[in-house]
Each structure stands twice: as structure tokens, then as C-alpha cells.
Ligand binder design. Structure first.
Ligand code: GDP
Ligand code: MG
Length: 165
């Protein structure tokens, strides 16, 4: 079974920024992954000597509430089917939103490992906001505050993610 990390979460939380940081120059070889849906962004990454693929599940939401709902289902279904690990991204700048809760509810259906990355933890005040996401009730031991734009916190998160492989 391939090591595949799917990045899920509502629009604008920083999924694509995180994806780009994880895959970096390896983007050139994206799309070589076989047996997975093609209309998504795939990339290859490595951490601590472990290789894995990353799926950026977002980017298709544009409109009404029902489009959101459909998109959520689609993203989560893809993640649950194809990923070995799910990276659920939320946003310390906006805090916990209704859409985050909808994602959480959809994700409760899986027994795949889920990590919550609280992005935009740009400073101490925002880092503390990360604790708010325990209220999602995902049963995670830890919420990882990260800053996708600078890379801060991503190492600690990846240490745990690759321990699943
Ligand atoms: P996506 O819709 O979830 O894929 O989100 P994007 O990766 O497109 O990012 C949405 C916006 O958030 C962009 O303007 C990013 O530059 C910004 N962003 C991403 N990560 C961070 C971060 O760690 N801190 C801050 N302040 N902004 C961020
Ligand atoms: Mg995106």
C-alpha cells in the first residue's frame, strides 16, 4: 500500500500552500502515481528518509452552500478512499467555523489516522488559537500549529505523519 497523505479542509485555510511546501521541487514528477483519480493535485515528498505522495484535495469550491457541501463530501470521500493518512487543515486566523465542523463530521466515518494542522499560527497569539480546534472532537492527541508560509511547525507534524508509514 502506497503512503499517501491527503490534505483536506475548507477553502483558504492554506492547503495548497502547505502542499507546495511539502512537495517543493518534487512537483515535477507529480502525476506519476498510478491507480488514483487524475483531476487532483498530486506530488511526491519525503521526510526522515520516508517517501510519500501528497494530494491537495481542494480548489473546486466557488459558490453556494450546496456546492460547499458537495465539495466537502467529494474531498472527504477521495481522502478516505485514497489516503493512508489524512491531514485536516484549519485556520488559526479565522478560528473554528461551521464548515470546519462539517468536514469533521464527514471525517468521523474513517478509521484512517487523522492529523489536525492549525495553520496561520503566525505568532504566539495565533498559536494559542490552535487549542480551539480540540472542540472538533476528532479525538486527536495533539493539534499541530503550523505556518505554511514559513514552514514553522511542519517538521513536528511530519515526524508524526511519517511514523504511520
Ligand atoms: P487553500 O484554499 O486551502 O488551498 O488555501 P491557499 O493555500 O490557497 O491559501 C489561502 C491564503 O492563505 C493565501 O493568501 C495564502 O498566502 C494564505 N496563507 C497560507 N498559509 C498561511 C500562513 O501560514 N499564514 C498566513 N498568514 N497566511 C497563510
Ligand atoms: Mg487550494
Amino acid at each position: 500500500m502506497a503512503n499517501i497523505v491527503a490534505i483536506v479542509g475548507r477553502p483558504n485555510v492554506g492547503k495548497s500552500t502547505l502542499f507546495n511546501r511539502l512537495v517543493e521541487e518534487r512537483k515535477a514528477i507529480e502525476d506519476n502515481l498510478s491507480g488514483v483519480t487524475r483531476d487532483r493535485h498530486y506530488g511526491h515528498a519525503q521526510w526522515s528518509g520516508k517517501f510519500f505522495s501528497v494530494i491537495d484535495t481542494g480548489g473546486y469550491v466557488t459558490g453556494s452552500d450546496d456546492v460547499f457541501e458537495k465539495e466537502i463530501r467529494k474531498q472527504v470521500k477521495l481522502a478516505i478512499e485514497e489516503a493512508s493518512v489524512i491531514l485536516f487543515v484549519v485556520d488559526c486566523h479565522d478560528g473554528l467555523t461551521g464548515l470546519d465542523k462539517e468536514f469533521a463530521n464527514e471525517l468521523r466515518g474513517t478509521d484512517k489516522p487523522i492529523f489536525i494542522a492549525a495553520n496561520k499560527a503566525d505568532n504566539m497569539e495565533k498559536m494559542l488559537m490552535a487549542n480551539e480546534f480540540y472542540a472538533l472532537g476528532m479525538g486527536v492527541e495533539q493539534i499541530y500549529p503550523i505556518t505554511a508560509t514559513s514552514g514553522s511547525g511542519i517538521g513536528d507534524l511530519l515526524d508524526q505523519v511519517v511514523s504511520c508509514f
